[in-house]
Design a protein around this ligand. Structure first.
Ligand code: LLP
Length: 432
């Protein structure tokens, strides 16, 4: 197995200079541990590539991948911008004192309250998703006597899934305005007539966990076809082009992602080609990576518990978490690699399947993992759980949410406390 971590002299898995066995004992399990050095490195890989290409850009961290006050403080320190999709994410950003002008708000059903909060805090941009939202925003801007920058989210008819991308004439998606059926243009003309709204450009997001650049290149081509029409018809120039996120990462040896720099280079190259072709000014480029900034930087530590051996069929080993802290295997059949953190240098002699502890047969984290001789109390480290792990965690079976620790240069710091049972029952009211 291919992982970036070192072992110490006891054969324990280390993360950025700290022994994971020590962390599991100190903070308990399940425990998310993030390598903050690696988060900073990923953020800078995007930022530096734009800089080296001399392209004005914003790299907006998609906070849905993992948001907490500490995480958004790190994003702020790394000069990232921020993509939020709810009042909760916006609230967390404000708690982290994230610069409001660098916050962009998404969502296919933003509420009046969400939009008003965004407007009142004067955030950098609202990504307009549908006609209903335009009317809400018009009303809110009038009431608050203020203005706002917007991007128009369009569906360019390209949907990418990992290695595949499909072209759909008429994109069947709940997000954004269709480019091909005139709805995007209709939205543009409505928005363009509202004095309190400044249309900065277009946005598209073609999918997630994408391993190739072709889909992005095609999306850029489609956006420019439309922009050239609008430039002639309405004298509109897109100051900004937001090309979304979706850059793939490696979960197991089956995945073969590109270096982050390659995605940026391919996008910039195509935008250059299109602006030259249509003789349009080069726009500011925004991207919204989530998974590729945090995915590989987080691991989850669990304690091994019960075993069930079915001779000739399979051996199950259960851990003290599961689909409550990582729903991705159950939801998407996502695959993960893992090892025994306190026996990372032991020879692999057994094959076991790792089960979660929820009352649900589908709560399996990893099938057929090679492990050394294991016993109750060993710690399992599952790799690449940094994106959409904690952020999609839930309270099924009334399990409290796990704790999160940040590690940087040999120092560890608790950044999200483990939930207590009182937290679970906090909103419950008696019926006696
Ligand atoms: N921008 C927009 C508009 C998005 O919808 C998303 C992800 C992103 C950016 C960030 O995409 P990323 O770079 O993280 O791939 N829960 C799923 C992923 C859902 C992604 C939804 N949108 C998972 O666990 O794989």
């Amino acid at each position: 197995m291919n992982h970036p971590y070192k072992l110490n002299e006891q054969g324990h898995l280390m993360i950025d200079g700290v022994d994971t066995t020590y962390l599991a004992e100190k903070y308990g399990t399940p425990l998310f541990v993030y390598d903050v050095t690696a988060i900073r490195k990923n953020a800078q890989a995007f930022i530096k590539t734009f800089e080296s290409l001399r392209v004005k850009a914003q790299v907006a961290y998609a906070s849905k991948a993992f948001a907490s006050v500490a995480m958004l403080q790190v994003a702020k320190q790394e000069n990232l911008s921020l993509d939020v999709v709810s009042q909760g994410e916006l609230y967390t950003a404000l708690q982290a004192e994230f610069p409001v002008e660098k916050i962009h708000m998404h969502g296919n059903n933003k509420s009046y309250q969400e939009l008003e909060m965004a407007v009142q805090h004067d955030i950098g941009c609202i990504v307009i998703d549908n006609f209903f939202e335009i009317e809400l925003l018009r009303e809110i801007l009038e009431k608050n006597q203020t203005t706002v920058n917007v991007l128009i989210r369009v569906t360019p008819g390209i949907e990418a899934h990992t290695h595949d991308y499909i072209l759909t004439g008429n994109e069947d998606s709940k997000f954004g305005f269709d480019l091909s059926n005139g709805q995007a243009e209709q939205a543009f003309t409505i928005l363009n007539e509202i004095d309190s709204i400044n249309v900065k450009g277009l946005h598209c997001h073609i999918g997630s966990q994408i391993f190739e650049t072709d889909g992005f290149v095609m999306a850029v081509q489609r956006l420019f076809q439309k922009l050239s029409e609008w430039s002639q018809k309405y004298h509109f120039t897109s100051e900004v082009l937001n090309l979304g996120g979706g850059f793939g990462i490696r979960y197991t040896d089956e995945d073969d992602p590109l270096p982050l720099e390659n995605y940026v280079e391919a996008l910039v190259k195509e935008v250059k080609k299109q602006t030259d072709h249509y003789q349009m000014p080069f726009p500011e480029i925004w991207i919204e990576p989530g998974r590729s900034i945090v995915g590989n930087t987080g691991i989850t530590l669990y304690s091994l518990g019960s075993k069930k051996e079915i001779p000739g069929i399979r051996n199950y080993v259960s851990v003290d978490g599961g689909m409550t802290d990582n729903i991705r295997p159950a939801l998407y059949q996502a695959k993960y690699d893992a090892l025994i953190a306190n026996k990372a240098d032991h020879p692999l002699t057994e094959k076991v399947s790792i089960a979660g502890k929820c009352c649900e047969s589908g709560d399996m984290l990893i099938w057929d993992l090679d492990v050394p001789s294991i016993e109750h109390g060993d710690f399992l480290a599952v790799f690449s759980t940094g994106a959409y792990g904690y952020s999609m965690s839930n309270h099924y079976n009334r399990f409290p949410k796990a704790a999160v620790v940040f590690v940087e240069n040999g120092e560890d710091k608790l950044v999200i406390q483990r939930e207590a049972y009182q937290d679970l029952a906090r909103n419950d009211l008696s019926y006696e």
